[in-house]
Design a binder for this molecule. Structure first.
Ligand code: ZN
Length: 334
């Protein structure tokens, strides 16, 4: 499903406004580079721009989404809008050459054409050089839209011929909604939107056994440490240490822990749509009532301090034991 104009405005307010303005004024550039992380709406925006160029009934540059032209672009069946995707790991010279042939054979000089190159940084050097020639002699009614997550991998000579439009990472709340649209379970989407802004990584982690288990272990550890300090020490030995071995895994465990305490703060400030563990709301609400904001902020500082010590290569067991003791010391429940 293609994004609506409202969604695009929410995701990328600057880029959406700028492109709509150019469409309305008929001042669309010959070539654009949309640059930003995966999941920031680059391809949706490219289709929006293509629709804006072909739409039969645009309003102030914004395509109607319902006319024949718009619909054909949405369904990928428009004869003058071409989307090039990597063939395997790269975009090959033949793909760019086929595009050029397609564009030269129409013969109708005034006919508008648009091409979108997804993952443009994956062009082989021959493909990139081939595209460069194409960009150097722009056909007056041709619009190129190059999409990339890694601009630094592209030829400077290509970059210099494109209008660069940066795409910002989505806010966690918007990112969470996008993940849910991609069929990530809402509970997981809430947490993952806090841990990464990479859609692909979030989707992978959402079904990763190790991660699902990690989440459970940290929630349990939190539960135990607030009422049974000594049992928390035992659990560190029996559950935590066997599961979190690598430094990155330990860091992730601390992030999982950090977001539990942040949730308590969100509950205290009534920002429930920011929760990382919405399924724990009932339990967390009780805890939030029994903890002062000052205590919570001390506990957050303690966890951040543990992250810092991790980077100074402190022994994991010692690090976690100290963390448990400090968190208990700062809690109203002990
Ligand atoms: Zn239309």
């Amino acid at each position: 499903m293609a994004a609506t104009w409202n969604e695009l405005q929410q995701w990328q307010p600057l880029a959406a406004q700028m492109l709509a303005h150019s469409l309305a004024k008929h001042r669309v550039a010959h070539a654009y580079l949309f640059e930003g992380a995966r999941g920031t709406g680059k391809k949706d925006m490219a289709l929006f721009l293509a629709q804006g160029l072909f739409c039969l009934r645009p309003t102030e540059g914004i395509p109607c989404k319902t006319c024949d032209q718009c619909q054909r672009i949405t369904s990928g069946n428009h004869p003058d809008v071409h989307v090039v995707e990597p063939d395997g790991l790269s975009i090959k010279k033949d793909q760019i050459r086929a595009l050029q042939e397609e564009f030269s054979k129409s013969g109708v000089e005034s006919k508008r054409k648009t091409y979108i190159i997804n993952f443009a940084d994956k062009m082989t050097s021959q493909a990139a050089n081939s595209l460069l020639k194409f960009l150097e002699e722009p056909h007056p009614s041709t619009t190129a839209i190059l999409l990339t997550e890694q601009m630094q991998l592209m030829l400077p000579t290509i970059l210099s011929r494109c209008q660069h439009i940066p795409f910002q990472s989505l806010s966690p709340v918007l990112f969470k909604e996008r993940l849910i649209e991609q069929e990530v379970h809402p509970t997981m989407a809430a947490l993952l939107s806090k841990l990464t802004n990479q859609q692909e990584e979030a989707i992978r982690l959402s079904t990763d056994e190790w991660f699902v288990q990690a989440r459970k272990i940290m929630l349990k550890l939190y539960e135990v440490q607030k009422v049974h300090p000594f049992e928390a020490m035992t659990r560190l030995q029996s559950e935590y240490l066997p599961h979190f071995k690598e430094k990155e895994q330990i860091e992730q465990s601390l992030d999982l822990f950090l977001h539990i305490y942040k949730d308590l703060l969100y509950i205290q400030t009534d920002k429930l749509d920011h929760l990382s563990y919405p399924d724990q709301l009932e339990v967390f609400q009780k805890d939030a009532l029994q903890t002062s904001t000052k205590q919570l902020s001390d506990q957050l500082t303690t966890i951040l301090e543990a992250k810092r010590k991790l980077h100074q290569n402190m022994n994991t067991q010692l690090l976690m034991e100290q963390l448990m003791l400090k968190l208990q010391g700062g809690s109203a429940l002990v």
